[in-house]
Design a binder for this molecule. Structure first.
Ligand code: LLP
Length: 500
């Protein structure tokens, strides 16, 4: 048993009894045990109960035991064989561990961690976090419905996004969500109108755009005036003054989010330093409950596997990583004087390296220049490399010895963007071998599509020596279940004179 599992098991029991979530509106998973006889094979590196042990930031539960790659105590080859590939696998211990680390780091201030479920909205994941007392950062009525379906509490949901429809607003109001995170004045007016109609008071927080560059990938930077999010820092006070005159609104707080996958605390500090005085002024006028500082804490993508070992965190590279402790130590002194509840919206930090995508090698294709490893997962299963040029470490489920080969790992989709790695030194693999794409727990399955009529992958949740399917592989007919031919197409197409 790993130390995270020890810790998570204890916390699970504690929080379940605290939250009373067991058995409420939730159908349990079909559970399997074993998964390859890996029980107790994974060494326990640290003792949980020793307060002197500094806990690394984002250790995860994927590691080799002998030649076999395990998630917690379950063999990943066994899962790949049993459930087929492509297959997402999540570690419950890692999810719990990351949530708890952040939650504990924020302990000196009243706070609510609202998990950004856009990063991974599987019911099993939501259920794990709801059981730990998490709130949820949602961006659609669908996501709020998922929270409810997983046994979570909609009153711990914030609802963000630039394009909320009237129906979605009404849904949020009927379910008494904690706050609407508002992105425009038009939206404030719309929320007020819908609330008036439903005879409800809508709790709102406006999203301030602090115009701080997060220094991250352009497609995931949100806090500068180049993008569509929030309201400019200079305009916020006027917006609140006008909002205060709208009926049925309760100005409950202020929200910001500057971007995703931030690996340095400086942009967070700059944004908080800039916005805190604004929160103070607004709070004096409007009587706030909270200030949300958004999500965005980055994770280690490279080296992914090595960073699962607590020892790696003591290397030069490991010591540089942004930890919840450093994040909290920098921001808490700035936030504490506000005396408000602090909301956080982490997604990737909690789910990113809690998940892997398993895939099978279909063919090796050697050309004059390249060694293509053609796998059965594709950009429809994990789009991040195609979309953001992102790096996912790739390792075989059964360790290989010998020299590495520079390889392109590609999927079967008819697009040259359908790749997972280019010119990557990989062990020599062959047809039928299984590979894991690591750090795929965030923005993986949720961004999946059925492009090329490829069914959505199955998902499995691991907990110690147990594993359960938390999403069945999509049956292929389901892809076109809601399609039909047009009425004038009822006759079966003839084969024509020359047809065969
Ligand atoms: N709060 C707001 C308002 C957000 O827009 C986001 C992410 C988060 C919280 C959570 O951010 P996180 O803690 O996960 O960094 N698909 C991209 C990431 C898109 C992030 C969108 N917003 C990727 O795969 O890297």
């Amino acid at each position: 048993m790993t130390w995270q599992q020890c810790a998570a098991g204890w916390r699970d029991r504690e929080s379940r009894s605290r939250s009373g979530l067991d058995g409420r509106g939730f159908h349990g998973f079909q559970e399997e045990t074993g998964g390859g006889g890996g029980s107790e094979k994974v060494a326990c590196g640290l003792a949980v109960d020793s307060p002197r042990v500094a806990q690394p930031a984002a250790v995860h539960s994927f590691r080799y035991s002998g030649k076999e790659l395990f998630c917690e105590n379950v063999s990943l080859s066994a899962l790949a064989k049993r459930h087929g590939t492509p297959l997402y696998v999540y570690s419950q211990a890692t999810l719990s561990d990351h949530f708890t680390k952040l939650d504990q780091a924020l302990a000196p201030v009243p706070h609510l961690v609202c998990f950004a479920m856009k990063s991974n909205s599987n019911l099993g994941v939501i259920r794990t976090l709801a059981g730990l007392g998490s709130g949820f950062d949602t961006v659609s009525a669908g996501e709020i419905q998922r929270v409810i379906a997983a046994g979570g509490d909609p009153r711990r949901c914030v609802f963000a996004g630039v394009g909320k429809t009237e129906e979605e607003i009404a849904f949020g109001l009927r379910n008494d969500i904690y706050s609407f995170n508002v992105e425009s004045e038009a939206e404030l007016r719309r929320i007020s109108r819908v609330a008036l109609k439903l005879k409800k008071i809508a709790p709102v927080a406006v999203r301030v755009n602090p115009n701080i560059d997060a220094g991250t990938h352009a497609k995931i930077t949100t806090g500068t005036y180049e993008n569509k999010f929030g309201i400019a820092f200079e305009e916020i006070e006027g917006v609140y003054a006008r909002a205060a005159r709208l009926p049925n609104l309760r100005l409950r707080g202020l929200q910001m989010h500057i971007g995703s996958q931030l690996t340095d605390v400086t942009p967070f500090r700059k944004a908080v330093e800039k916005v805190v005085p604004l929160v103070e002024r607004l709070n004096r006028k409007h009587g706030f409950d909270f200030f949300s500082i958004g999500g965005g804490i980055g994770i280690v993508y490279n080296p992914a596997l090595a960073s699962g070992d607590p020892a790696w965190w003591h290397t030069a590279a490991g010591r540089k990583v942004l930890t919840p402790e450093r994040y909290a130590a920098t921001l808490i002194p700035l936030l504490q004087p506000l005396g408000l509840k602090i909301l956080l919206e982490p997604g990737r930090f909690i789910t990113g390296n809690a998940g892997a995508l398993l895939t099978r090698v279909e063919f090796i294709k050697k050309t004059g220049r390249k060694n293509f490893v053609i796998v059965d997962a594709a950009m429809n299963d994990l789009i991040r490399p195609a979309f953001y040029d992102s790096y996912h470490e790739i390792v075989p489920l059964v360790k290989k010895s010998g020299a590495t080969v520079s390889s392109d790992v590609v999927g079967p989709i008819c697009e040259s963007g359908d790749y997972f790695a280019k010119d990557r030194p990989l062990p020599k693999v062959g047809e039928g071998d299984f590979l894991a794409l690591l750090s795929a727990g965030a923005y993986g399955a949720v961004m999946g599509s059925t492009y090329n009529s490829r069914p959505l992958a199955a998902e499995v949740l691991v907990n110690g020596s147990r594993s359960a399917v938390v999403r069945e592989r999509q049956p292929v007919e389901e892809i076109w279940r809601n399609e039909k031919t047009a009425p004038w197409q009822t006759a079966r197409p003839g084969r024509g004179k020359s047809g065969r």
